[in-house]
Design a binder for this molecule. Structure first.
Ligand SMILES: [Fe+2]
Length: 288
């Protein structure tokens, strides 16, 4: 696992919180290893139940850790007081779980940008999230608000929008990017249209070109088993994985002259501009 030439030196990224693992998948009394920003990390749970993480090359210096949204988060720099909040998860009838943590040969920003793109639904998620001839991406709004990217009024016809869906529906989406490497979407729940299911992709940048994608779910669904909820999301992500692994270059070019998004993809344009404004340099090709 030598990735020392990929070690992050970008303070913007070092100071972020990064997800390492779903807490429900942590074995007790076992130290595990993973990669984060090119650094080997050991993490686990002490005998008294305290979570910990350390860099393998600095085992005496404990890294900050937080247990949030079902994941263990750490930082290699000076992180903010907390991870972004997801107020919906406090609703008592919600099911919140990790659908899967999947290693992908891509960069974190490529995974975020793909998640924001509705245009690929009919072609990549055929008969699930889209179907021909319903291919049009209607105009939607994108804004930066309180240091987060929000895309609103996104509508797309979906043949099978969720594990609990029966038949097609015109789904309304809201996208939220609260962190350069984390993205969420809110969409009307098939079982309670007044509320939203929340689907997230919390990306652990192992290196600039390799990620673990943690698939977060918080849904209103009393009937589907955990296995069925997970399987639906795993099918969707397994359709995205080869698309992500075939994108070139792997790192996201931030210079608008280098790569023009093929579709009228406002959220991608605003996302790239936002990363540039943050001065983010890891897993991207910065604008010259
Ligand atoms: Fe997709």
């Amino acid at each position: 696992m030598d990735a020392s030439d990929q070690r992050c030196t970008d303070p913007t990224v070092l100071d972020l919180w990064h997800p390492l693992v779903a807490v429900s998948e942590m074995a007790t009394d076992n130290v595990e290893r993973t990669l984060l920003l090119g650094f080997e990390i050991m993490y686990g749970t002490d005998r008294d139940g305290t979570r910990f993480a350390v860099r393998v090359d600095e085992p005496d210096e404990a890294l900050p850790v937080l247990d949030r949204h079902g994941y263990l988060w750490t930082s290699l720099g000076a992180p903010p007081a907390d991870v972004f909040t997801i107020p919906e998860t406090a609703e008592p009838d919600r099911r919140t779980l990790n659908a899967a943590s999947i290693k992908v040969a891509t960069s974190a920003p490529r995974a975020i940008e793909n998640f924001l793109d509705m245009g690929h639904f009919p072609y990549v998620h055929t008969d699930y999230l889209g179907v021909e001839p319903h291919t049009e991406v209607a105009e939607y709004r994108v804004e930066i608000e309180n240091d987060e990217l929000w895309a609103r009024d996104c509508f797309f016809y979906q043949p099978m929008a969720a594990a609990s869906a029966v038949g097609g529906q015109l789904s309304e989406y809201t996208y939220r990017v609260p962190h350069p490497y984390c993205v969420m979407l809110y969409k009307s729940s098939p079982t309670d249209p007044s509320r939203s299911d929340v689907i997230g992709l919390f990306v652990q940048a192992m290196t600039q070109d390799t990620i673990r994608a943690h698939n977060f779910l918080s849904v209103i669904d009393e009937t589907s088993s955990d296995t069925v909820l997970r399987r639906f999301q795993q099918i969707i992500f397994s359709q995205d994985k080869p698309i992500l692994e075939n994108q070139f270059p792997t790192r996201l070019p931030l210079d608008p002259r280098v790569e023009t998004p093929i579709r009228a993809d406002r959220s991608a344009i605003v996302y790239r501009r936002w990363l540039t404004e943050l001065g983010l340099a890891y897993a991207v090709i910065p604008a010259g």
